[in-house]
Ligand binder design. Structure first.
Ligand code: NAD
Ligand code: TYD
Length: 350
């Protein structure tokens, strides 16, 4: 198995590289542009292994992607690279359209050109896996959950750009016959997540007695999945997914944002309780424009057809995440020069 992982220096891509090298015996080429979101040291634990290679490259660079794919001769490409933060997409949507749409186009063309030259059985065995998000579906009405049949209805520049990229992937499957598989996953959390996302941001604030910003009334619901479960799901979709199909992954862990903030505060208080309970650090702040109210995922197709199921409960995963950030300041402290925790993504009128 020879797998190209784009965006392998980011949060989910790095978990996927680790999983493929350690658990699946794969040779991995990580292609990453090393944007602000790629933190030094994220892959320290597999960097020295002979099965792992890195190439600095931008997925928008069509010629470079053609060359890298042709040279590495992959059995699969997992396209994980993306601009990934909703708040940044509100402040500056351009980079999202460029990487999440034009970049997907360049990867598809590089894959197609290489795949066209393969002969059977390598041609049928090849897979292009597009790693996407449940946010392409927009808000889930109370009592409903997203399925693979739910129509796309994105709300943010981020989710709209991911939806556009997914449409390209599907079209390349139908028109050119490229064996594509799509995955749509719910919110991830765990080690190595850039501290602009809610869980690491809230947890580092709570650790250091900083204010914990909760958008709006805090009643927005997300379905949280531990990142290693997602990495395993992507590898399962790559190995067992049917071309043209998509697979949803979720954690069976719907939580309101305020509940997540409380859980983080209470878990830290249980270890060391300062004078005041950490819940007092929570501040309700101006809501995010276009803020989806609820995400909820029915992942029964992945259970049935891939044999995938989440293995880490939210309580266990959160405890592991809190312990990891508490013990690994070497990783997140230098990132504070890239992002200082200030609010992003508000409109001038907010
Ligand atoms: P991340 O921001 O942590 O990492 C993205 C990585 O992609 C970084 O290493 C960055 O350097 C790289 N990258 C960005 N633009 C690039 C470009 N033009 N060329 C090459 N590399 C580039 O993101 P993440 O949270 O790991 O998300 C990865 C993927 O998973 C995204 O496609 C996202 O839509 C999807 N996803 C994320 C979540 C989540 O909760 N984080 C949930 C479901 C799906
Ligand atoms: P986030 O981690 O940005 O992921 P996404 O927007 O992709 O779901 O946010 C998760 C939820 O937490 C979302 O409902 C927005 C909310 N949120 C806050 O309440 N405060 C914050 O500081 C951030 C970053 C997010």
């Amino acid at each position: 198995m020879r797998v190209i992982v784009t965006g392998g220096s980011g949060f989910i891509g790095s978990a996927l590289c680790r999983h493929l090298v350690r658990e699946r015996g794969a040779s991995v080429l990580n292609i990453d542009a090393l944007t602000y979101a790629a933190a030094p040291g994220t892959l320290a634990d597999i960097e020295a292994r002979p099965e792992y290679r890195f190439a600095k490259g931008d997925i928008r660079d069509a010629a470079a992607m053609m060359r890298l794919v042709a040279d590495f001769k992959p059995t699969a490409i997992c396209n994980v690279a993306a601009e990934s933060h909703v708040d940044r997409s509100i402040s500056g949507p351009k980079a999202f359209l460029e990487t999440n749409i034009t970049g997907v186009f360049a990867m598809l063309e590089a894959a197609r050109s290489y795949w066209d030259g393969l002969s059977e059985p390598a041609r049928s065995a090849f897979r292009f896996v597009q790693v996407s998000t449940d946010e392409v579906f927009g808000t889930a009405a109370a009592g409903t959950r997203f399925t693979e049949e739910t129509p796309y209805d994105p709300s943010s520049p981020y989710s709209a750009s991911k939806a556009a990229g997914d449409h390209l992937v599907r079209a390349w499957g139908r028109t050119y016959g490229l064996p594509v598989v799509l995955t749509n996953c719910s919110n991830n959390y765990g080690p190595y997540q850039f501290p602009e996302k809610f869980i690491p941001l809230a947890l580092l604030s709570a650790l250091h007695a900083g204010e914990i910003p909760v958008y709006g009334d805090g009643q927005n619901v997300r379905d949280w999945l531990f990142v290693d479960d997602h990495a395993r799901g992507i590898a399962d979709a790559m190995a067992k997914g049917v071309p043209g199909e998509s697979y949803l992954f979720g954690g069976n862990a719907e939580r309101r944002n305020i509940e997540v903030a409380h859980a983080i505060c209470d878990a830290l208080d249980a270890v060391h309780r300062p004078n005041e309970p950490r819940r007092n650090l929570i501040r309700h702040v101006t809501d995010r424009p276009g803020h989806d109210r609820r995400y909820a995922v029915d992942f029964s197709k992945a259970e049935r057809e891939l044999g995938w199921t989440p293995s880490v409960s939210f309580e266990d995963g959160l405890a592991r995440t809190i312990a990891w950030y508490s013990e690994n300041a070497w990783w997140w402290q230098p990132l504070q020069t890239r992002y200082d925790g200030r609010r992003i993504g508000l409109l001038k009128t907010s």
